[in-house]
Design a protein around this ligand. Structure first.
Ligand code: SF4
Length: 139
């Protein structure tokens, strides 16, 4: 079995530029427990009740919800000069860029890095650290 190209680790440190929060429409999936945490956060910070969060911010997705992104530039509804729910962002966002699709080859990683200035710079992530993220990543 050949070793993955990231066997010696990879560099990544988020610059909080928000480029991964805008662009192509997609799924920003909150698991049931992540959605509970989001609702608690929005209740405390904006006094929004759960039903309002659902009707104004979310679409139904699988067993839970995805954040709306039906805007001309495709931005996540929680993006406003940065992530407005950063402390309760879902694991999908926390796990980027160590998504399986980016780890399939050096080419896939470097292609993703063209849109993410945090990749290939900053903190060095070991093989074990990347495995820990990739193993739980849903994407
Ligand atoms: S594109 Fe990369 S550097 Fe920019 S916010 Fe997303 S993860 Fe961070």
């Amino acid at each position: 079995m050949t070793s993955p190209f990231w066997k010696d680790g990879l560099q990544f440190a988020c610059q909080r530029c928000g480029q991964c929060c805008c662009g192509e429409p997609g799924i920003v999936y909150f698991s049931p427990s992540e959605f509970d945490a989001l609702c608690a956060f929005l209740k405390k910070s904006k006094n929004l009740d759960r039903q309002t969060v659902i009707s104004e911010y979310m679409w139904r997705c699988r067993d839970s919800y995805t954040a709306r992104d039906d805007f001309p530039d495709g931005h996540c509804i929680f993006f406003d000069h940065g992530c407005t729910v950063y402390d309760v962002r879902p694991s999908q966002c926390r796990d980027f860029p160590f998504w399986r699709q980016n780890l399939t080859s050096r080419e896939a990683w470097d292609e993703a890095a063209r849109r993410c200035p945090g990749m290939n710079s900053g903190k060095h992530w070991s093989f074990e650290e990347i495995c820990a993220v990739a193993d739980k990543a849903r994407l």
